[in-house]
Design a protein around this ligand. Structure first.
Ligand SMILES: [Zn+2]
Length: 292
């Protein structure tokens, strides 16, 4: 009995070690990299003479992995962090990086949410308030611009999309768009409707990004691999088609149960429905957040 337990423990530990080191470093432009791993959201690393700027900082407990990956790209300290939204898989490194001197930037609502206890029902996940050192100290309501690492980086709030406090980052010189969790590449997105996310806001925001992008733009999602404008267009089309189908059914008076039974996302389920958000959950959120 004991030996089986020991074996299982060893197996668990080895799996966990493997997962912790499973960070893929992708260079998307000269001085912009993305760290992609199965655990947590994508982390964008901008490097240069001014210091390292991170967009999102993953899960708590993985900060050293993220920090050493960033250090391998550049020896400079992490000076700025943008939180694209409040979720734990994008803000988990805030306290450690704040203690190390990084200035954390976010939309106003992100600071508010990180200052108080949050509960995400879909994941059964409680988030405790962060210590002061992990809270954003620079916040904005609509947009702001960082002149940093020889680029003009526009941080823009996109209302009521994935949450109520999302920001995207546009590297105007490098021509890179960081979409945060507005974009899940190759799977249905989580829309945190409990905290202000809506399908309509999400679609409007994707359209706004498409209007900025051109054929050379690199698009970095919150989860999944790097995309181009065409990939973003396809993702936006999927959201629109499923939302239109559900809208028509809802307007004809059908209940949520009836709409789910009609499988309004069936054309895309095989490709997009195998992630964290299965088709039924995706349809439910759209139904509930579409205007009546
Ligand atoms: Zn998220």
């Amino acid at each position: 009995m004991k030996s089986i337990f020991t074996y299982l423990l060893t197996l668990l530990c080895s799996v966990s070690v493997y997962a912790e080191n499973d960070v893929e470093v992708i260079q998307v432009k000269d001085n912009i990299h993305v760290l992609i791993s199965p655990a947590g959201g994508n982390v964008v690393v901008s490097t240069g003479e001014d210091g390292t700027f991170l967009i999102d900082d993953q899960l708590a407990g993985r900060t050293e992995i993220i920090r050493s990956a960033a250090k391998e790209i550049s020896q400079q300290d992490i000076k700025f962090v943008l939180n694209t939204h409040y979720h734990f898989d994008h803000t988990g490194g805030n306290e450690t990086l704040g203690e190390q001197g990084a200035v954390i930037v976010s939309h106003d609502k992100v600071r508010q949410r990180l200052s108080t206890k949050q509960f995400i029902t879909y994941f059964g996940r409680e988030m405790q308030p962060l210590n002061k050192v992990g809270l954003p100290t620079v916040t904005f309501s609509d947009d702001m611009t960082l002149y940093y690492n020889n680029d003009e980086i526009r941080l823009i709030h996109t209302p009521a999309a994935h949450t109520d406090g999302d920001s995207v980052a546009i590297f105007t010189k490098a021509n890179v768009i960081v979409g945060g969790d507005l974009i899940f590449n190759g799977r249905y997105p989580f829309i945190d409707s409990e905290h202000g996310g809506t399908i309509t806001g999400l679609i409007t925001s994707i359209d706004a990004l498409l209007a900025i992008a051109d054929d050379q733009t690199v698009v970095i999602p919150g989860h999944g691999s790097v995309m181009d404008k065409q990939g973003l267009q396809k993702y936006g089309d999927v959201l629109k088609e499923v939302a239109n189908n559900i809208d028509a059914l809802k307007k004809s008076g059908k209940s949520l149960e009836q709409v789910i039974a009609e499988k309004p996302s069936s054309a895309f389920d095989a490709k997009y429905g195998n992630g964290l958000i299965p088709p039924e959950a995706f349809v439910t959120t759209i139904y509930e957040t579409l205007a009546p």
